[in-house]
Structure formats: C-alpha cells, structure tokens
Write a protein that binds this ligand. Structure first.
Ligand SMILES: *Cc1c(COP(=O)(O)O)cnc(C)c1O
Length: 407
C-alpha cells in the first residue's frame, strides 16, 4: 500500500519538477517543490498544502512569511542592503548588543552560516593557543557530532561519512564519545588541548540529549584545565528548546557560542560570540567577511530576536513542545517498533527500530514535512513556534497513522 502511494507521489512530483541539469548534484532531493509558505503551512506547485514540521532544518522558527519579519525585510530592502565591513554598520552593532544580552557573551562576530560561525570559533582556539604558547592546538569534539561542511568544520565533525574523500583533514581534532564525561576527563594530561566544542543536544545525530550534569561537567573540566568551552548552538539556539540557548537550561556559561539557523528566520546569517578571555582574541586582519553582518541581515536578525522576545516565544516553544511530545506519546507510545520519543521544546525525535526506506516521501504524500536523521532511524521534528495547536495535533496524528502502517 505504501508502495503504490509512493509511486503515485513520485510520478506526480516528477511531472511537476523543474529540470535541474545545471545544478551540482549535492543533494538527493525529495520529490516536491514548495512555492509558498505561511506560518507552519507550505504549498507545492499543485496547490497541495503541507504542515511543515521541519522548518527548513530549524531555520524558520517564526514560521514562513511572519508578517513582522516580512515587513522588516521589506523596510531594509528599500533602505540599504550592503556596504561591507570597511565601514561602521549601526544595525550590526545593535544586533551585536542584543545577541550579547540574550547569550551572556561579551563580543560577537557575524558571518553568513553555521559552518562559518564554527570556523570563527576554531580560529579563536588557534589564537588562544598562540597566547598560551601551544604550538599544536588540539580541540576535543564528539562522535556523531555535526559542525559543518567546510574543511575545518568537517574535520571537527565526528562522522567519517562526511569526511570521506576529503582527506587530508585539518589535523588535531580528538573525537570522543558524547555524554561520557570520563572520556573527556581521560584527556586532561594532553597539554595540547585548548578547547572542547560540543552540541548541547546533538541534532544531526538524531536529537541526542545528554544526561543532566554532563554540560556542567564539561564546563568544570574546561575551568580546571584552562580550556575554552564552545557550545555549537546552531541548531538548538534562538529559543527552540525553551531557552535562548540550550546550554542555559544546564545553568552554565560557555566561553564561545555559535549560532546561525534560526537567527535570520531564513535570511542567511551566523554568529560566533565569545566571553572573557576568548572575546578579545580576534583583531583587525585576523578574521573577516565581505557579507557577514551586513545592514540587511543584521536588521532582519534584530527583528527576529525582537519578535521572539515580544511574544515570549522562548517559553511558548517549551509549552508547544510539551504538547507535541504528549500527543506523540499518545499516538505512538504503544508501538513496539517505536523505540523512543524524546526531545526538548520544539526539537523532538521519534526513534524507530530500524531504517524504513522512503519514509520522508511517505510523510510528504500525507501532507507532512519531516526529516529522517540519526542513521535513518529517527524522525526529526523542528517545527515553528507559530504552529497552531490544531496543526500540532495533526502532526502527531499523521505520524501516528503513518508509523502504524509500517508495522
Ligand atoms: C546546521 C548545523 C551546522 C552547519 O550550519 P550551516 O549553516 O549548514 O553551515 C553546524 N552545526 C550544527 C549543530 C548544525 O545543526
């Protein structure tokens, strides 16, 4: 039955697909082209409506075409887009203040993507090493982590599939098991370690939440050994987990925070923020960007933070996430082939007993946009905070009926 449904969907999608002979083959794309969005709803070229429970991979936290953001985009588009960082940019300074206020950091560097934010963080670890007289600076990262696709960030990433064919990698990242403090404390006699880079919740790995006290343990090890603690908040940040940044729920303050995805709600922007000794290492000539923090992206990202603040969307994400988790437990909790339902705020996962091929396409046929990650066994949900309660219920019931058919 699923097969017929899939064939029908694929055939229709093929008919409507715009040919892509000129595109490099970097993605095995799902068979749909969306043409319009509003809130948590998307429409394809046939006018079919979907509920978007993925939000462009944790990007459109405020939903599609949020009226305040559209207005902010339009205002700035008609005022000034770009001047370069050779000049002062008041919108960037204003965004910087706001970002430091919500993150507890002292200084921030704006760029255009998550990978670039992590590149900046990794460069900060190199500068920190120079200051400490360490010539082979080593950064600890984690198995199954994801930090980006540039050479340094894929080297940091703890996934050999992502690194394959790009060797030689950038050297001196040590990967250890996530959620295992012993594995990190076993490294304390390595004099070359300068930093630990960690996702507070592992996203691409399948929404892996560490034990309570784990991040605080890493903070302590960093304090004891004079290492920088970097939290990669690119997927978890900007309110999604019920805190501005997921590590804040653990009551810790890192030395460096990276953010991107939801910061621009779809306008590309990234941020690498730092505190204390890590905040003053970048100086003129040591790092830069042409586009980063331009008037357009800065103005829009400032509006994004304002909209989240003004509507108390950080708490709303926690509430809506609890509702969705409860609904998922109701619809899926009794299935033997569902091995776990987990998550925090609007970052949720349903883990299945095995890989079910074409599952994302089956969900599309049912009018639901989700993503499969965690080695193909995890249904990942990253819905917008403007998703209505009715849509939340439909997300859960749709997943319930599709997953039931997998038995
Ligand atoms: C998405 C992501 C990145 C990379 O961000 P890009 O904007 O795709 O470069 C890095 N770290 C984490 C945790 C991510 O989820």
């Amino acid at each position: 039955m699923l097969k017929n449904l899939l064939d029908r969907f694929n055939k229709k999608a093929k008919k409507n697909a715009y040919p892509e002979p000129a595109l490099m083959n970097s993605y095995a794309r799902l068979p749909v082209s969306f043409v319009r969005g509003e809130g948590a709803a998307l429409w394809d070229a046939d006018g079919k409506q979907y509920i978007d429970a993925l939000g462009g991979i944790a990007v459109t936290f405020l939903g599609h075409c949020h009226p305040d953001i559209s207005q902010s985009i339009s205002l700035q588009a008609n005022t000034l887009l770009h001047t370069s960082n050779l000049f002062h940019i008041p919108a960037q300074a204003k965004l910087g203040e706001k970002f430091c206020q919500i993150s507890g950091m002292d200084k921030v560097f704006f760029c255009n993507s998550g990978a670039e934010a992590n590149e900046a963080a990794i460069k900060i670890t190199r500068l920190y090493a120079r200051e400490k007289g360490i010539s082979i600076p080593t950064v600890v990262t984690f198995n199954n982590s994801f930090h980006g696709r540039t050479l340094a960030t894929l080297s940091a990433t703890g996934n050999t599939a992502i690194q394959k064919n790009f060797e030689p990698l950038v050297e001196d990242f040590i990967h250890v098991d996530y959620n295992d403090l012993e594995a990190v404390s076993a490294l304390t006699d390595n004099p070359n370690i300068v930093a630990i880079m960690v996702e507070p919740i592992q996203g691409e790995a399948g929404i892996v939440i560490p034990d309570e006290g784990y991040l605080a343990g890493i903070r302590q090890l960093c304090d004891d050994n004079d290492w920088l603690m970097i939290t990669d908040e690119i997927q978890t940040g900007m309110g999604r987990t019920g805190a501005w940044f997921a590590h804040q729920s653990d009551g810790i303050v890192p030395d460096v925070i990276t953010a991107a995805k939801a910061l621009g709600n779809g306008i590309p922007i990234g941020a690498c923020a730092a505190k204390g000794k890590a905040a003053h290492l970048i100086s003129p000539g040591s790092h830069g960007t042409t586009f980063g923090g331009n008037p357009f992206a800065s103005h829009v990202a400032h509006s994004v933070i304002e909209v989240i603040e003004d509507n108390d969307y950080v708490n709303k994400a926690a509430e809506l996430g609890s509702l969705l988790k409860k609904q998922l437990q109701q619809h899926l909790g009794t299935f033997d082939h569902v091995t776990d339902i987990r998550g925090r705020g609007l970052m949720l996962a349903i883990e299945l007993d095995k890989v079910y091929p074409d599952l994302a396409t089956v969900f599309l046929e049912h009018g639901l946009v989700v993503n499969i990650t965690g080695g193909g066994k995890v249904i990942r949900l990253l819905p917008a905070v403007v998703t209505t309660e009715k849509q939340i219920k439909t997300i859960a019931s749709t997943i319930g009926s599709v997953v039931e058919q997998l038995r």
